[in-house]
Each structure stands twice: as C-alpha cells, then as structure tokens.
Design a protein around this ligand. Sequence first.
Ligand code: THU
Length: 170
Amino acid sequence: MSDITVQTLTSEVTIFPSQSDLPDDEKNLCIEARAAMKYSYSPYSNFRVGAAVLLDDGTIVQGSNQENAAYGPTNCAERSAMFTIGSMGKQDQIRKIAVIARPASDMNTPVPLEKEVSGSPCGICRQVMKEYESLGGQKWVILIIQNSDRVFRIEGVDILLPFAFGPNSL
Ligand code: THU
C-alpha cells in the first residue's frame, strides 16, 4: 500500500480593527459597499447586503441583494455587482471587492456580535469570483466588513474557495 499523506492548508487573513485602518482605495470601497445596501431589495430575509467592486481603471461598481417571492431567483449583492461588470465585458479587470451586510431595519446597526462574518460571500458567489479572478490573471483583494466595522482582508479567492472547480478543470 502506498503512503497516505496529510496536507495542511493555511489561509492568511489580515484583520483590520476598523475600516479607517485600510489604505485609502480600500477604505473608499468599504464606504461604497455600505452605500450599495440602500438599493437592497430584501423584503423576505430583511437582510441587506451591499458589495462594491474596484476595476483596474479605478471605476467602482456597486451591487446589492435582489430577492424574489419565489426565493430561488434571488441574486446576492456580490453577483449583482460582478454580473453588471460581466455585462460590461470587464470581468478580467476586477481587482478588489468589499462586502457588507446589515439587518434591513437599520443599515447602520451592526449585526449581533456572534454573527462574526456577516458580510462573508456565499458559496455560489465564491464560485463566480473564482471564475472571474482566473480571467484577470491576478489575485483579488476581498474585504469582508464585520461587526464594529472590523474588516477581514483576504488576498486571493483561493483562500475562500480552496480546491475550486474552475475554467482549467474542464
Ligand atoms: N446574500 C448576499 O447578498 N450575499 C451573500 O453572499 C450571502 C447572502 C443575500 C441573499 C439573500 O437576499 C439574503 O442575503 C439572505 O440570505
């Protein structure tokens, strides 16, 4: 019998205590993500999500979650933003994305402390991020805005989606 090996993956996440500790472009991206929650259509979950995506020419594209009475057609904030960019033919120009979530009742109220990763992208969004990142050929910066404006800063979609199925898998 051949040897079985165990490989341990390490995931580097930098935690900023506040948005204001980030470099200016990323601080601004967090502000844009927060502003994007304004157009969240979330009457069923009462959970607003906002995303802001930075392109390499400095353009910022916002997205918010768009729900539906049939539930299934709901689009997450991240995919709203990413597909807007895809529709512009600029999938390969994405460099950074910021995501935030808040209860619909009050966008300025942080979610309860135990919900640590409230702005964390869902699995489907991670899959779309993986695909678009591979088109651009460089790692994205992902900013997950948490309670009290703490920010998880991640470099590369691989951290969020290891062993991903991607264009090279076909
Ligand atoms: N949602 C997002 O917009 N992004 C995510 O990555 C997670 C979930 C939305 C979908 C739905 O409108 C609400 O949050 C509750 O799941």
